[in-house]
Ligand binder design. Structure first.
Ligand code: GRF
Length: 188
């Protein structure tokens, strides 16, 4: 059995899609949601699906091993970042080498790195006059948005599209592909 921890601190629309996709799956289970905000809407998504959640603060996240200890108890085998903005600490990367993935709302390596999240990405894409954008699923390493790319999907941009419209298109791509790519990776 693969047991996934989803890290999310925002709306949790990707987390919700992943949870839905693996509901009743015989070999893959979403076992815990981790958030750094105690009021994040994603916590509602977790509780309404009877999935436990852990809210962590910065100090515990960066200076202790309590999260890894909790994961050992829960037998977590894989970590999915879906709207989690903190850099993952070295000890967690070492404990889950090549078992942590992230989704980013651009075609990396373009429009990645610290500060490039949410609407910042889509506004920058628009301002640069890009003709296409998309989403990237990649392994997580010690640097923001720099791990090996696993999967990308694209959408064309026409000049009339606003950053908000671009964001919606990219989110649709994320919802469509992220759960399927996770399943594919866990079957390999
Ligand atoms: C997604 O756009 C993802 O690319 C980024 O954060 C956003 C999370 O959105 N890393 P949601 O909370 O899943 O709706």
């Amino acid at each position: 059995m693969h047991k996934i921890a989803i890290f999310a601190s925002g709306t949790g629309s990707n987390a919700a899609k992943i949870i839905e996709h693996f509901k009743d799956h015989p070999a893959i289970q979403v076992a815990v949601i981790v958030s750094n905000k105690n009021k994040a809407p994603v916590l509602q998504v977790a509780s309404s699906n009877n999935i436990p959640s852990i809210v962590i603060d910065k100090e515990r996240f960066y200076t202790t091993s309590t999260l890894i200890e909790s994961f050992e108890k829960l037998e977590i085998t894989f970590i999915v970042l879906a709207g989690f903005l903190w850099l993952i600490p070295q000890r967690l990367i070492e404990a889950y080498r090549n078992k942590i993935i992230n989704v980013h709302p651009s075609l990396l390596p373009k429009f990645g790195g610290k500060g490039m999240y949410g609407m910042n990405v889509h506004r920058a894409v628009k301002a640069a006059g890009e003709t296409k954008t998309g989403m990237t699923i990649h392994y997580v390493n010690e640097h923001y948005d720099e791990g090996k790319i696993i999967f990308q999907a694209q959408t064309l941009i026409d000049q009339a599209q606003s950053p908000e419209e671009i964001a919606r298109k990219v989110q649709e791509l994320e919802h469509e592909h992220f759960p399927v790519v996770i399943e594919r990776l866990l079957k390999e």
